[in-house]
Design a binder for this molecule. Sequence first.
Ligand code: ADP
Ligand code: MG
Length: 212
Amino acid sequence: MPSTAFSDLPLGASTLANLASLGYAEMTPIQAQSLPIMLKGSDLIAQAKTGSGKTAAFGIALLEPLNPRYFGCQALVLCPTRELADQVAKELRRLARAADNIKILTLCGGVPIGPQIGSLEHGAHVIVGTPGRVQEHLKKGTLKLDGLNTLVLDEADRMLDMGFYDAIAEIIGQTPSRRQTLLFSATYPAGIEQLSAAFMRAPQQVRVEAMH
Ligand code: ADP
Ligand code: MG
């Protein structure tokens, strides 16, 4: 069994203090299995049911290597819907070290694009968005992903259900090939295999069974 203590992970003291202040006393099972792999820099496919703490798992992994002094997009999280993107952004803001002034921006459809372009001009370390709107910003040149370190496909099964495969593929085509790719999903349909074969490098797989 992997350790469930956050303090056994290669995390900075301020990250550990922040987790304690959030009341995160120990890792959930999916966090305990996935964080050691992600913090080593490996690609990962993680499967666990809703409510198991997947957001903090990839959130801790993507925030740890961020360079606060570089205001380009270093981590991109793609989500199926605006509601989910908002929830992820909220959790990432709680997890981000307050002192580092990490800027987390959401880019989703259904709202005017103009204010998003204005926000992007000020720079953001982390972008959370839906595939369609992220693609639009890439086409306009208002978002650049050439400094990206971490790409997260959250709720990948739902994004595939919604027909986002081509949009995801096009977005990934604009990212550096040396990026880390993390895929999170509640289920493991065939499309996930296709995504991972096309876009991931020797991904490790972890899976937490539902409790009965
Ligand atoms: P999932 O994405 O797997 O559906 P979430 O990331 O939304 O699940 O997490 C569910 C809830 O668990 C959130 O309210 C989150 O703040 C909380 N949580 C996550 N990790 C921990 C932890 N290690 N200890 C306590 N609560 C946690
Ligand atoms: Mg989730």
